[in-house]
Design a protein around this ligand. Structure first.
Ligand SMILES: [Zn+2]
Ligand SMILES: [Zn+2]
Length: 427
């Protein structure tokens, strides 16, 4: 395989050198002819010379390069290429390992098992980023994980750390967020913007604490800090607004096909407090009304079966503005709070604990709800709202209820024998 391992007085034929310049140009470094060590040379004399990448002979009169590129430039390119790296074996991998170990060794539930989802190799990542294969090795030595593993690792105290190998596992930011269902780093930065300091590791520990003492969240310093952050965000009026301009919002409920009557407008509201169907898991403690801004999104939100018809309520905002917390920006996989549709599994509980705590804080502080994005098949994107602290007929009204019969299309997809599961696969 043709490989460029470094660029320090490295002899390259015209084609291999150009490959590098094309690549660096894509990342804002237009180097050819601009800086020392980046000039085309014409081969003179008869002595043997070959390209260190492709091994082709460079003969008399050929154009070629003797390239020297500063580390600063290569580091900058590597940082841009690596911008989507969210973790590596030494940070994310270890955290997942602890989590899977704890899950599989739960004395109260010996039967449930989960496998540790792996990341992708650095070379797979480079492939996805359209890096030419010849440059994998070079770039590999300049890549750095947010945890510090990688190029400057020798400057850190941790003696386990070092430069990346091309087959090392990494996890993309998207993968990390999908796995844990919460963007810890972004939430810490968000808190910091209100002068509240939360460390990412502490936020992680808080999640474990919540699973033991969900009712005592505010006894924990991170619980207090989250509350403070949400309160300051509210007081600064930085919340997102929901106004009548949003247009019609929809909520669907399923009904068995053999039940003749369409649900009434009143039945379209969230089940009232204490209603058995509301379930004991709505730890947010108040009724929550789930609405979406697209009619065609509703079937994906409430999963009707063949025996069901859908009664879809059309809601309209009446109040000038409702104040919402954008929970979706911290939890891209957020599906709503514990509610009547969710079953109890311990992994699901874990995934829901932090958002539920945040929801409870929001409700107490005076927000009217949270907003989050819904995605189906990448093509259908819509916005969901989980509303609380709202008064029917004053803040929002049901304009109409329309009955729909869902149409199904079935396709078969083979399930691979070994599946990787993550906490978010469970709901
Ligand atoms: Zn070459
Ligand atoms: Zn790392």
């Amino acid at each position: 395989m043709h490989v460029i391992t470094d660029l320090n007085e490295t002899t390259l034929c015209f084609s291999c050198g150009s490959l590098f310049f094309d690549f660096s140009g894509k990342y804002g470094h237009d180097l050819l002819g601009k800086i020392d060590g980046c000039h085309v040379i014409t081969k003179e004399g008869k002595e043997k010379l070959s390209c260190t990448c492709c091994n082709e002979d460079i003969i008399e009169e050929d154009s070629y390069f003797i390239l020297t590129i500063e580390d600063d430039i290569l580091n900058d390119i590597a940082d841009q290429v690596g911008a989507d790296i969210g973790g590596c074996t030494y940070c994310e991998g270890e955290e997942r390992g602890h989590f899977v170990h704890a899950f599989n060794n739960d004395p109260h539930d010996p039967s449930s098992r989960m496998e540790q989802p792996e990341g992708i190799t650095l070379s797979e990542y480079f492939f996805d980023k359209d890096v030419p294969e010849e440059l994998y090795q070079l770039l590999c030595t300049h890549i750095q994980c947010p945890c510090g593993h990688g190029r400057d690792a020798y400057n850190n105290d941790n003696s386990n750390r070092g430069i990346f190998e091309i087959d090392d596992d990494i996890y993309t930011k998207r993968d990390v967020a999908d796995y844990w269902g919460f963007q810890y780093e972004e939430f810490c930065a968000f808190s910091q913007s209100y002068g509240v300091t939360i460390e990412k590791d502490d936020l992680n520990n808080f999640r474990t604490y919540l699973s033991r003492y969900p009712m005592l969240a505010l006894k924990h310093p991170v619980g207090k800090a989250i509350y403070q952050t949400l309160e300051k965000h509210f007081e600064a009026r930085d919340f997102s607004l929901l106004t009548p301009k949003v247009g019609t919002l929809y909520r669907g409920r399923t009904r068995k096909r053999d039940t003749p009557t369409v649900l009434t407008k009143e039945q379209m509201w969230a089940p009232p407090q204490g209603h058995p169907q509301h379930g004991r898991y709505n730890s947010i403690g108040v009724p929550v009304l789930y609405v979406a801004d697209r009619l065609d999104a509703i079937p994906y939100e409430i999963h009707p079966t063949h025996e069901d018809v859908l009664d879809i309520g059309e809601f309209q905002i009446l109040r000038k503005e409702l104040h919402l917390f954008d929970l979706g920006s911290f939890d891209p996989t957020f599906q709503g709070f514990f509610n009547e549709m969710n079953e109890e599994t311990k992994i699901l509980k874990q995934a829901y604990l932090l958002p539920n705590f945040i929801g409870t804080c929001c409700s107490f502080i005076g927000y009217h709800g949270v907003r989050y994005e819904g995605v189906h098949d990448k093509e259908l994107t819509y916005t969901n709202y989980a509303l609380f602290n709202i008064e029917p007929g004053v803040d929002i009204q049901v304009r109409d209820v329309i009955c729909y019969a869902p149409q199904f299309t079935i396709t078969l997809e083979e399930i691979p024998q070994f599946t990787k599961r993550s906490p978010t696969d469970f709901f």
